[in-house]
Design a protein. Sequence first.
Length: 310
Amino acid sequence: MTVIDRLAGASRIGLGLAAVGRPGYITLGREADLPAGRTVEAMRDRAHELLDQAYAAGVRYVDVARSYGRAEEFLAQWLRARPDAADVVVGSKWGYTYVAGWRVDAEAHEVKDHSVATFDRQLGESRALLGDRLDLYQIHSVTPDSPALRDEVLHRRLADLAAQGTVIGLSTSGPAQAEAIRAALGIRVGGRPLFRSVQATWNPLEPSAGPALAEAHDAGCLVIVKEALANGRLAGAGSLASGGAPADAVALAAALQQPWATVVLSGAVTGDQLASNLRAQTLTVDPARWQGLAMPSARYWRERSQLPWA
């Protein structure tokens, strides 16, 4: 059974643990949403509470990464304690190393490296925690200049992992997401497409990857939408609220309505936020409500780069 088959009939909203796997992130409003101490234990407990709530609501996709602090560890602990959650699909990412040492005020939080050596090391680390629950493994934050798009040794390594049953994918970032996606779709190993999933930023402020994501969907890829709330910038957007539905649910619904979207990630850090996000599944949003919000991609990514780690 494929990953897409396993997700059929489940919630199309997935849960991303980027904001609860480490004490610092760029999502707005964290100072009011998380425990003041943000100890490892407090963040673990919050992650497990969200996972419990999400699973009860039908969520069956969970997104983590090597660079999300202890997100893989928190998820692995939860999976061991929840044998009933055998139907959860787990996606992780490699290519960034977490270097903040559990500090919010660290000079650097993550270091990017798409080399074969980093893949080998981080695959071992992910497997040590998640074992055979690693369903999907993605290169983290690919841009058109990434060596991962041209490294044939890496491609063979990834193809070997695919032959063992793990879906190989990539996530993208930056104003040239579409270019990176299309380059990845053209990579083949042994005559077969290498990448079978794409995770990209799409939201009413930055919808530019949409046509390339449609091409990925038409090529048979799993398409995962990240940052549907623009790192919190759309969570309180009064212009999006509609008929009593909060702005966050409307923004997520806009992503869910894209015909190419398989899963849209919630990055909730509180139970109330998750419940509000899940309302998106019951909404139908008039595209006119959000289409006028788009900004030039270069501006969007420049402003995103200026968001503080908090």
